[in-house]
Design a protein around this ligand. Structure first.
Ligand code: NOS
Length: 323
């Protein structure tokens, strides 16, 4: 609980809401250890325009329209326009096909990239980016401002499938697959990066009985999430033999909020950017000193989560959403 003392950690949530994004955003808003200073949007679970609309909507649900939303990129780092969205996971509206009314608010008149660069410069070393979608906006910030990697405190990202199968295909996890070029830039940038991959988040499952626990709360977040979770549960019942849903984004969020919930190893991570293993993340643990100079030599180390206290994460998610 060290984080509870002193000033809350400033976080920017880069997000593609998304049902598990909605949970993660609400968990963050209910966490005294952090202060959410902005949301930036990206494609992934939905297209960027809808991600922005959903981000504004979620802040209105939470009565937190004081938090700015900056719209992110509509194309990949290499300007690719062929975006794959996961409407079969989250519903066509990204939020469980609930047909919520459009938000009243508007995004700020600044791109996600410019907002990230601005905030990192304003509070050097003090801002954590919690990246819950493809890493395009973060890679663009790194490209735009070479001092971004030094000024940003930490980048905690939900992405990768380290030594396990992916969820888009056996090689790739969805967020890395969404923009592998951007991911490789982030991993090799030298920034303080913590990657929470599906090797870890697949251990954190909200079961049907946990959903009933959530239903016993009259809290507004619990009641809202129960509505949108239906579609997410249906997808998991079809796609996996797990009895519940994976809490990808809330786990990454809680790893940022309370690092003691996970353990990690350090090494260089590279991303395959083409071919049948496009989106594959590979960790080099630096145990062997290879004689040959390659694309792996002298790459900076990042942190890759390897274990998680799943019961503690689940307990915190439920506690904070049921308040
Ligand atoms: O099969 C899938 N395809 C695309 N996205 C998925 C799939 N399963 C889950 N997610 C979404 O991708 C992120 C974690 O990789 C999460 O946002 C999750 O909701």
């Amino acid at each position: 609980m060290a984080a509870a003392a002193g000033e809350p950690k400033k976080i920017i949530i880069d997000t593609d809401p998304g049902i598990d994004d909605a949970m993660a955003i609400f968990v963050a808003l209910r966490s005294p250890e952090v202060e959410v200073i902005g949301l930036t949007t990206i494609y992934g679970n939905v297209y960027t325009t809808l991600a922005t609309r959903n981000a504004l909507h979620l802040l209105e649900v939470a009565d937190r329209t004081d938090i700015p939303v900056a719209e992110g990129s509509h194309v990949t780092f290499t300007k690719g326009k062929k975006i794959r969205v996961a409407d079969f996971v989250h519903g066509a509206d990204g939020l469980g096909n609930q047909n919520f009314p459009p938000p009243e608010g508007k995004p700020i008149d600044m791109s996600a990239t410019d907002f990230l660069v601005e905030q990192a410069n304003l509070y050097p070393g003090k801002v954590t980016v919690v990246a819950l979608g493809p890493l395009t906006n973060i890679a663009l910030a790194i490209q735009k401002d070479p001092s971004f990697v030094k000024n940003i405190g930490q980048i905690v990202l939900l992405g990768g499938a380290f030594a396990v199968n992916g969820n888009v295909n056996p090689a790739a996890e969805a967020n890395i697959f969404g923009d592998p070029d951007a991911a490789d830039i982030v991993f090799t940038s030298g920034a303080d990066v913590l990657a929470v991959g599906i090797n870890v988040t697949h251990q954190v499952i909200l079961t049907d009985s946990d959903r009933e626990t959530l239903a016993s709360s009259n809290g507004k977040f619990a009641q809202y999430l129960l509505k949108i979770l239906e579609v997410y549960f249906n997808y998991h019942h079809d796609a996996y033999s797990t009895k519940g849903v994976y809490l990808h984004d809330p786990t990454a969020m809680l790893a940022a909020i309370n690092p003691s919930l996970i353990t990690y190893v350090e090494g260089a991570v590279r991303v395959q950017t083409n071919g049948i293993t496009r989106g594959l993340t590979l960790l080099y643990n630096k145990q062997k000193r290879f004689a040959e100079i390659t694309e792996w030599s002298d790459q900076p180390s990042v942190k890759v989560a390897v274990t998680v206290d799943a019961p503690a994460v689940l307990k915190l998610v439920l506690e904070r959403l049921m308040e």
